[in-house]
Design a protein. Structure first.
Length: 434
């Protein structure tokens, strides 16, 4: 009798879960809609296609649809936020709901602590292979009193290890090759200055890291590059942590100019607006005469066609989007993140090829890089993004197969220097055996 009662209870639980799941699928709004409590767009039911299934984007968007459509979601989120406030379990690529001083610095601290190899006291300075001494480095904001307030601080050991990894990638390149590294601020840092909560930002990562690396490894300070434009132009949206493409273009121009390359102006391209999927492309004069919402993403119109592919098993290609005007917002650039590798054939004849490694900040960077290289390959080594079994070869194998001359590592502060991406995965995938 006892076993029968247990069986009935289990059956009723399973039936309830099935009914709840079916009800959510049938009754939840299938269209994308605004959430006033979270200040963002909730995921609609994703489009099903062979490409979205193979890339993994369908399941990613479907999970987001289920999460965003859950019954009484806002009330449950309020309870969850209270618990999260105690344990702070944010994802390293998530946007904080509000841009205030408390959440700004909590997020920075938690990401670094979660991703760091060990939660130990700050280590003593380490010696780099070149005999230079590594030290802590930071990205910070400056308050009204002129005081520097650290947003993220990276340990000397993490800095020294990153220098070693950058040198390992440099060793895979030809004699005139370069490795270009940047870790750019996200939107909440920018708006903490634009809104007047802070007066400036800065970083000493370039100053600390540059002496530790080999010739041909170049470190860039995005706070310096973007500072002159921060209050004069719209470099970031408010409701998304990504940069607008103009910010990506400023960083790209700084990288290429340091290598002695003459760069194209941002407005040599025409732009669509992501909010107007059937609209026309606008030139600079038209855009400056329009009232464009700060959250509307300008989507560049390529000057020349670019072939875009997903790469698996080193050489296997599948057609993929380059600029996808059917997608939403920032994801119109490259159609978002596809795994494990991408290949872009530009049609230009420069005699050089490039590799871009990064998080989603690299998506708006790559289109502006295409005029300077014959081929560009790219990948994203973040946890949960990279599928090594589909890659079928190491990063070093991809570098050799596609004749890479220069590498661009484009990260944002949501993938900090202390993260597992930079402290573990970048190195392990470089020479991984298959």
């Amino acid at each position: 009798m006892k076993h029968r009662a247990s069986l009935i209870i289990v059956y009723l639980c399973l039936l309830s879960l099935f009914t709840l799941g079916a009800a959510e699928l049938l009754l939840t709004d299938k269209e994308e809609r605004a959430s006033l409590t979270e200040n963002r767009m909730l995921q609609g039911f994703p489009q099903l296609s062979a490409q979205s299934v193979l890339s993994g984007s369908f399941m990613e968007d479907f999970e987001a649809f289920l999460s965003d459509g859950f019954f009484a979601r806002d009330k449950i989120a309020d309870v969850t936020d209270g618990i999260m406030g105690l344990f702070r379990l944010e994802d390293e690529d998530a946007m904080p709901e509000t841009i205030d001083e408390e959440s700004l610095f909590q997020l920075s601290q938690e990401e670094t602590e979660e991703a760091a190899p060990a939660a130990t006291p700050s280590p003593a300075p380490s010696d780099s292979p070149e005999g230079q001494v590594a030290s802590d480095a930071a990205i910070w904001l400056v308050n009204a009193a002129g005081e520097q307030v650290d947003y993220q601080r990276y340990s000397a050991d993490s800095i020294a290890h990153l220098a070693q990894v950058l040198d390992e990638y440099r060793a895979c390149l030809p004699e005139d090759g370069t490795v270009n590294f940047v870790c750019a601020p996200t939107s909440e840092l920018a708006y903490s200055i634009v809104n007047g909560n802070y007066t400036d930002w800065g970083s000493d990562v370039e100053e600390v890291l540059q002496p530790l690396v080999a010739d041909g490894v170049l470190i860039y300070d995005a706070t310096d590059i973007l500072r002159p434009h921060l209050k004069e132009e719209t470099l970031y949206p408010i409701t998304d942590h990504h940069w607008h493409p103009v910010g990506a273009n400023y960083v790209l121009s700084a990288m290429l100019e340091r290598q002695g390359v003459v760069t194209a102006d941002y407005y040599e391209y025409d732009y669509y607006l992501a909010s107007r999927p059937t609209g026309e492309a606008y030139d600079r004069r038209a855009l400056e005469n329009m009232a464009v919402d700060v959250n509307d993403v300008p989507v560049m119109k390529p000057i020349a066609p670019v072939e875009s592919y997903v790469l698996t098993n080193l050489t296997e290609r599948q057609d993929c989007v380059f600029i996808d005007r059917s997608d939403v917002g920032y994801r119109q650039y490259l159609g978002g993140t596809y795994t494990p590798w991408r290949l872009f054939i530009t049609g230009y004849h420069t005699g050089r090829n490039a590799l871009v490694i990064g998080d989603s900040f690299s998506n708006a960077f790559i289109p502006y890089l295409t005029p300077y290289y014959d081929q560009i390959i790219s990948t994203d080594f973040r946890r949960g993004k990279y599928v090594s079994s589909l890659a079928g070869a190491s990063a070093a194998d991809y570098i050799a197969e596609y004749g890479v001359d220069d590498i661009y590592m484009i990260y944002c502060t949501y993938t900090p220097i202390d993260s597992s991406t930079m402290q573990q995965y970048m190195e392990s995938y470089l020479h991984m055996e298959y």
